[in-house]
Design a protein. Structure first.
Length: 210
């Protein structure tokens, strides 16, 4: 899709939420859904849902609602997920293993196509259906795979090197699970996921135990 119109990041985040709901509905053979149904399932009010869609043209029919199959297809296309998106995984430890085996990724057309590590004891061994590869080979490997997305699931000290290697391998979007600020070219988009930070915010909201 064209990115000529500047779409706010919260709108993109909500589109991803809508897509998850629509995937579930498709699997359960639900044919139509209303904006009120979306509000019930996501907590996003119906007016906001309609506004989010309005960035991308006309959707749905008054009094009928939205065709689940069509809406899923159009949001998939907006998010560049109408075709399989290959993803490179950096780090084959506990977190990397969990991500590689996470089935909902495939349901939304993401596929981890290669896993890399720098631990000689892991290189050449199996991670689910993947053979773990030496991180030093990533550029050559990705010439064949053509992945533009990467996931960093390595310790903080190794994260910048992993990110640099991804960029050299022509990856332009990175999901970073390492608790470190990556220094990358402005052409690379990074999303950071910090479990400890999220838990710390939740801890603040705990009621007093006394």
């Amino acid at each position: 899709m064209s990115h000529g119109t500047k779409v706010p990041m919260p709108t993109l985040e909500r589109l991803a939420t809508y897509l998850t709901v629509l995937t579930d509905l498709k699997m359960r053979n639900v044919e139509t859904i209303s904006s009120a149904d979306i509000e019930t399932r996501t907590g996003v009010n119906a007016a906001q849902f309609r506004k989010d869609l309005s960035y991308f043209g006309e959707f749905g029919k008054p009094g009928i609602g939205y065709d689940v199959q069509e809406l899923h297809s159009r949001i998939s296309k907006i998010l560049n997920l109408e075709n399989r998106q290959p993803v490179l995984l950096m780090g084959a430890g506990n977190l990397g293993s969990a991500l590689a085996g996470y089935q909902p990724l495939r349901a939304e057309n993401f596929q981890i196509v290669a896993a890399f590590d720098n631990n000689p004891a892991k290189i050449g061994t199996q991670l689910w259906d993947l053979t773990i590869k030496d991180i030093a080979t990533i550029e050559e490997e990705n010439k064949l795979l053509g992945a533009r997305m990467g996931i960093i699931a390595v310790p903080a000290a190794a994260a910048q090197d992993a990110a640099d290697r991804l960029v050299k391998a022509k990856v332009v979007t990175i999901l970073n699970f390492a608790p470190v600020l990556l220094k990358l070219p402005p052409t690379v988009t990074v999303r950071n996921v910090d479990f400890v930070q999220e838990l710390a915010v939740l801890a603040f909201h705990l009621p007093d135990s006394g």
